[in-house]
Every structure is written in C-alpha cells, then in structure tokens.
Design a protein around this ligand. Structure first.
Ligand code: ZN
Length: 134
C-alpha cells in the first residue's frame, strides 16, 4: 500500500549553490548527506514537515544524474512514494502495466528502493521506497 509522499528528488548542477539556495528557502540545513555508490550520487536531505527534499549531486559522468542534467538541466528529478511492502506494491503495479527500472535495491537513508519508468507514469520518474529493517 502507498502510504505517503516520502520525498522529492531534485537534480543539481552545482551542489554548493543549490545548498545555499535551499538553506535560505527552507530556513534550515540538511540533516543528512550520504553517498550511494551504486547510483553514482551523493544525496543531501532536508526535512520539510513530514516530508523530505533530496538534493542529488552526480559523483561521476556515468551517473544517471549526469545524464539527466545534460538532457533536461537541473530541477525536479523524481517523486518518492513510501510503501509498506515494496515487493507487493511492485507486483501490483507491474500487473497494471507500470514498468520498473531494474530490481529492488538499497538506496539512501536506509531504504529499499525501485524506480518506475516515466514513460508509464505520465512523465514523472517515480521512486518506491520502504524502510529497510536489518
Ligand atoms: Zn529519492
């Protein structure tokens, strides 16, 4: 079941400039910064009420964020939906014709994540995420 909007991911060209902009905009600082090597990104999280904003910084030219920036420029990258069981939800969505990009994997902030292809979601890259309990 989809529970809530967990965070909104924003692709940044110059992380120092974007951190300065969002620090001022949100009147707070990031509470967490984390490298996700498998995705070629460094993530910077802000808390906004019950939701989060994730600034994405590419760590290599092969990063999906680098590709996104060269195609579309900086700005909103994805919408993350929190689910109680990512495997069940993915099964439900697959059966309805939504297309996952790859498998469920470990993402930032101690989450299991999986992306849905924007061609099946009205142009919005959707991230499903679930807390990872170890
Ligand atoms: Zn995300």
């Amino acid at each position: 079941m989809i529970k809530k909007i967990e965070h909104i991911g924003i692709a940044t060209k110059n992380i120092h400039e974007s951190l300065s902009v969002f620090d001022k905009l949100l009147d707070c600082s990031t509470y967490k910064t984390e490298k996700v090597a498998s995705e070629g990104v460094k993530t910077h999280f802000y808390k906004v009420g019950d939701c989060k904003i994730e600034l994405l910084e590419a760590t290599s030219e092969k990063s999906p964020i680098s590709k996104f920036l060269s195609k579309k420029g900086e700005g909103m990258h994805h919408l993350a939906l929190y689910v109680d069981n990512i495997y069940n939800e993915l099964g439900r969505l697959n059966s309805l014709g939504f297309e996952a990009i790859g498998e469920v994997k470990k993402g930032a902030d101690n989450k299991l994540i999986c992306f849905l292809h924007p061609k099946t979601t009205s142009g919005v890259l959707i991230e499903l995420c679930q807390e990872q309990f170890e």
